[in-house]
Every structure is written in structure tokens, then in C-alpha cells.
Design a protein around this ligand. Structure first.
Ligand code: NAX
Length: 331
């Protein structure tokens, strides 16, 4: 058995964490031979609830779980961790403007960036799930200057999984037969789910998804809006936001980052280098491949006029969010 690795989950008393913690502790993220020591961070008023989660973890009798540290202190939570799942954020309350939500959350991620800068390993891999995820990841990175920018990412994997599942159902194949669908930009309603480079295995042959579906108006409208609005559809049905699927996506993101994506592209919000004419230094979701713990943006794809407009719109939103967030952090 390998030495245990320390992994932190924030928002640990919340609903996404309730599924995610089990997946991490059962070996779904770091592999079946990697023991983990879980650090669980939430705010002080949630410590009682968190104690219940800790009891349940013990009751799972998981062989890979070597220990659990529940805490409300960021500097304890981030100490020596190799991976950080930043799920905790303030939920939108009735009457709250988008701007107020951004301000409240950006402050949380500034504080957590500062704590990581002090106590986390310099090679920690950070996944931000809490919204606005892309901009929170950017702020976290800005306040943790001793950790490379490449180590801060935002989650668009749930959108990717939703898109992949929609395409597989439309074509009538198992979900794993579809690959290389891309989510570009922000994890918000401006995101661009793009199937133009996706491929599907039907029987023994591989085909381009646009050819297999043969309906551009579906791919340029219904497909995109279904993925963009899927979160709202789940809330309408469940009366609560996506949690099981969000936790699964967070596991997928971190597993692929640590263990490699193989021959599949995966979508991750990463600090933009300006690839595909996107604004630099915002956390933009790109198609990437991962190997040896590092991601690389897939290059050389053709961007249609339609795609250009979609990329520009989501890029503009991210640039605006960044400015708002930087203004908040000055206070
Ligand atoms: P919950 O409200 O169930 O849980 C959030 C938890 O975070 C609470 O226990 C709360 O006490 C804790 N928290 C608040 N401030 C904290 C702080 N400063 N430090 C540590 N913990 C803190 O929300 P849940 O449904 O788990 O969702 C969590 C976040 O994920 C939300 O921001 C949500 O919008 C976001 N999502 C992001 C998705 C993505 O694809 N990127 C999809 C799913 C989800 O909507």
C-alpha cells in the first residue's frame, strides 16, 4: 500500500460533499490502492452536522480511509493537501442580486487562496466547484501566488457529462461510445457545449457526431440549450440543485487530472493563455488532455463563425466577472 495522501473537501456538510466524500474515500478518484486522509472544512455553525458525516464515514468501514479531520479553520484544512475540492460557497438567497452573490463568494475564495498559499503543498491540485466557479478559481489562484496558476481549475465536467449523455441518447448508443464533446467558457448560461468535434462509435465504426445526428439545427439550438438549462431542470424536478451528478463530475475531473485522460478530451476551466482568441488570464473552459498530472489545451481545432460568436460571448462574461471580482477584493 502507498502512503496516504491528504485531500480536502470544503463545504463538507453540504449536499454535493455528501456524495463526493464517499467517492473519494472509496477509491474512485485516486485509485483502489491509494489510501486517503480526508480534511473536511465547513463553517463553524455546521460543525454539528459535519460530525454526523464523520460518523457515517466511520460506519462505511472503508479500507482506504486512514483518517478524517473535521474543521472550520482553513489553515488546518489546507495543510499539506495534495488535492483540494473547493465545493463550499454561499448559496443564492431570495432577493439576492447576482452581484451580491459574486461578492460574497469571491471573498471566501480570496481567504482560502491565502490559506493555501501559507500551508498547502506547492503542487496541490485545486478544483473549484462552488459558484461562480471559474471566477472563484481565478481569485483563489491570485491570492496563492506561491502555487502555480496551472494548479487552479474550475469544474465544467458536469456540463460535459450532461452533453455526452444527451448525444448518446439522441444517437441511441451507450454513453461511453461518445467522446470529445467540448464545453467552452464559463460554467453559466453562456457556456458553449460544442459537439462539432465529437465522435461516436456505432457498431464497429467511428463517426463524427454531426454526421451521425445529421441535424445541424438540433446541434446548434436544442442540444445547446438543453445542456445550458439542465441545472435548472434538475432544480425544478428535485427542488434541490444537482448533487449526485455534481459529485460524480468532480470525481471524474480530479481522477483524470491525477491519473490521465487517455485518448479522450475532457473539459476543464483553466487559466487562459489566449488560445482560440479567448481573453487571457480568465479561467476559461477548454478541451484538454491530461497526462503525468498536467493538462494541455487541445490545439488546432477549426472554429466556425457560429462557434466564434459563442466563444466571444462567454469570454466577455468572464472578463466582466473578473473585473467585478477584482473590485470586490480591493476592499
Ligand atoms: P450546499 O448549500 O448544500 O452546501 C454548501 C456548503 O458550503 C454548506 O455546508 C456551507 O455551510 C458551506 N460553506 C459556506 N461557506 C463556506 C466557507 N467559507 N468555507 C467552507 N464551507 C462553507 O450546496 P451544494 O449543493 O453542495 O453546492 C455547493 C456549490 O456548488 C454551490 O456554489 C453550487 O452553486 C455549486 N455547483 C457547481 C456546479 C458546477 O458544475 N461547477 C454544479 C453543481 C452546483 O450547483
Amino acid at each position: 500500500m502507498a502512503e496516504p495522501v491528504k485531500v480536502v473537501v470544503t463545504g463538507a456538510a453540504g449536499q454535493i460533499a455528501y456524495s463526493l466524500i464517499y467517492q473519494i474515500a472509496s477509491g474512485a478518484v485516486f485509485g483502489p490502492n491509494q489510501p486517503v486522509y480526508l480534511h473536511l472544512l465547513d463553517i463553524a455553525p455546521m460543525m454539528g452536522v459535519l460530525e454526523g458525516v464523520v460518523m457515517e464515514l466511520a460506519d462505511c468501514a472503508l479500507p482506504l480511509l486512514t483518517g478524517v479531520l473535521p474543521t472550520f479553520k482553513p489553515e488546518e484544512a489546507f495543510k499539506d493537501v495534495v488535492a483540494a475540492f473547493l465545493v463550499g460557497a454561499m448559496p443564492r438567497k431570495e432577493g439576492m442580486e447576482r452581484k451580491d452573490l459574486l461578492a460574497a463568494n469571491v471573498r471566501i475564495f480570496k481567504e482560502q487562496g491565502q490559506a493555501m498559499d501559507k500551508v498547502a503543498r506547492k503542487d496541490v491540485k485545486v478544483l473549484v466547484v462552488g459558484n461562480p466557479a471559474n471566477t472563484n478559481a481565478l481569485i483563489c489562484s491570485k491570492y496563492a501566488p506561491s502555487i502555480p496558476k496551472e494548479n487552479f481549475t474550475a469544474m465544467t465536467r458536469l456540463d460535459q457529462n450532461r452533453a455526452q449523455s444527451q448525444l448518446a441518447a439522441k444517437i441511441g448508443v451507450p454513453v461511453q461510445n461518445v467522446k470529445n464533446v467540448i464545453i467552452w467558457g464559463n460554467h453559466s448560461s453562456t457556456q458553449f457545449p460544442d459537439a462539432s468535434n465529437a465522435v461516436v462509435t456505432v457498431g464497429n465504426t467511428q463517426k463524427a457526431v454531426p454526421a451521425a445526428i445529421n441535424d445541424d439545427s438540433y446541434l446548434n439550438s436544442t442540444f445547446i440549450t438543453t445542456v445550458q438549462k439542465r441545472g435548472a431542470a434538475v432544480i425544478a424536478a428535485r427542488k434541490m440543485s444537482s448533487a449526485l451528478s455534481a459529485a460524480k463530475a468532480a470525481s471524474d475531473h480530479m481522477r483524470d487530472w491525477f491519473l490521465g485522460s487517455g485518448d479522450r478530451w475532457v473539459s476543464m476551466g483553466v487559466v487562459s493563455d489566449g488560445s482560440y482568441g479567448t481573453p487571457r488570464d480568465v479561467v476559461f473552459s477548454f478541451p484538454v488532455t491530461t497526462a503525468n498530472g498536467k493538462w494541455k489545451i487541445v490545439q488546432g481545432l477549426t472554429i466556425s463563425d457560429f462557434a466564434r460568436k459563442m466563444l466571444d460571448a462567454t469570454g466577455k462574461e468572464l472578463a466582466e466577472e473578473k473585473q467585478e471580482a477584482l473590485d470586490v477584493c480591493k476592499d
